[in-house]
Design a protein around this ligand. Structure first.
Ligand code: BGC
Length: 353
């Protein structure tokens, strides 16, 4: 079932003045409910009812639309055209150099000033079970400096114990594309994720410099703070002496799955010993940006429910192609050409131990 309610009216960005909505998607009587907005294709809430009948909100979010517009942390939103960082906002494609909007220490981050997180999507609920929401948008030629007009969609589908996010896109000129979702998970619904236990099948990671831009190497995780092949508490990983983690004030790294992993399957999980809730993570993409909410430090933007922001108040698992691929040979090919269709799927599944 889908129920729709008014979220508010946008004040800033290319869609200022537009009314936007929240869509609550649920199976009557099922423990999992998701709420999605047609602004930024934001995953506004994931509510999970535990065995003791208490309901916990498993993603961080804000109460008001105004905070989503101003906080600049991509809270729950879909990110594009190219998620993550592009060094100096510059790339070459078919002999042309493109200059993108630089919104992060002289680099381009998550699609620029008004990326896919600022778009208003056309929302449709077309499936007969009414548990799927299709959000469609167009990114015009030249949007944030990117070439070509991209027509794309994001589909959230609720299942009994989880949900999937599917991305589809087409372009009329060659253009880079690396779409992800930027949800901030906290399986206790409060406090930090330092007690959460993370497991990821990633055998490599991409080292970064002090602006969080890749050095160009791809290194093995073994022996580093970023080795989550065996389940590991986040606080323990953060305590491990590691120059790369110091550079990012926590984990903010692109971790790479083994070479042969281009099909959709489970790639990791997060578990909170405190709530007993776990989340399994599925993707068909080659990497994941793991971000431990190191910059959730703004008193001005308390979370829904009034709890102030604090460092490590959440973890993002952003499925993606390799960071800054456009500027590194041997990373991913993220160029979408006319006539080639883009498709990708990520899933998050929940349960209680
Ligand atoms: C990035 C962080 C950034 C955050 C919010 C994450 O995906 O890796 O460095 O601060 O998004 O913008």
């Amino acid at each position: 079932m889908v129920s729709k309610s008014l979220f508010g009216t946008l004040k800033i960005g290319p869609f200022a003045g537009r009314e936007v909505y929240l869509y609550k998607i649920y199976f009557p009587g099922s423990p999992l409910t998701i709420t999605v907005s047609d602004f930024g294709a934001i995953l506004y809430d994931v509510q999970f009812t535990k065995n003791d009948r208490k309901t916990v909100s498993l993603v961080r979010g804000y109460e008001t639309l105004d905070f989503y517009e101003r906080a600049n942390d991509y809270m729950g939103s879909v990110v594009g055209r190219v998620g993550n960082r592009i060094k100096k906002g510059r790339f070459k494609l078919n002999g042309n150099t493109y200059n993108l909007y630089k919104n992060n220490m002289g680099n381009h981050l998550h699609g620029g000033q008004y990326g896919f997180n600022y778009k208003v999507y056309e929302a449709e609920c077309t499936d007969s079970a009414h548990v799927s929401l299709l959000l469609k948008a167009v990114s015009p030629d030249g949007d944030e400096g990117y070439p070509g007009c991209v027509s794309y969609s994001v589909r959230y589908t609720l299942e009994k114990n989880g949900f999937t996010i599917e991305y589809n896109a087409d372009t009329d000129k060659p253009t880079p594309l690396n779409l992800t979702n930027h949800s901030y998970f906290n399986l206790n619904g409060e406090g930090t994720v330092l007690d959460h236990v993370l497991q990821l099948d990633c055998d490599r990671y991409i080292p970064i410099d002090n602006k969080l831009i890749p050095t160009g190497e791809i290194c093995k995780v073994s022996g580093t703070a970023l080795d989550f092949n065996s389940p590991r508490q986040i606080s323990e990983a953060l305590r491990t002496k590691d120059e790369n983690v110091d550079l990012a004030s926590g984990i903010d790294h692109c971790l790479v799955f083994p070479e042969d992993s281009s099909y959709y399957c489970k790639r990791g999980s997060v578990y909170s010993p405190k709530s007993g809730i776990y989340m399994d993570f599925y993707t068909d993409l080659p990497a994941v940006q793991v971000y431990t909410g190191n910059f959730l430090i703004f008193d001005e933007f308390p979370f829904r429910g009034g709890e102030p922001e604090q460092k490590h108040a959440a973890i993002c698992l952003e499925s993606e192609y390799l960071i800054d691929s456009l500027n590194h040979e041997g990373f991913s090919d993220i160029v979408l050409n006319p006539g080639n269709h883009f498709y990708s799927k990520t899933g998050y599944y929940f349960g209680q131990k």
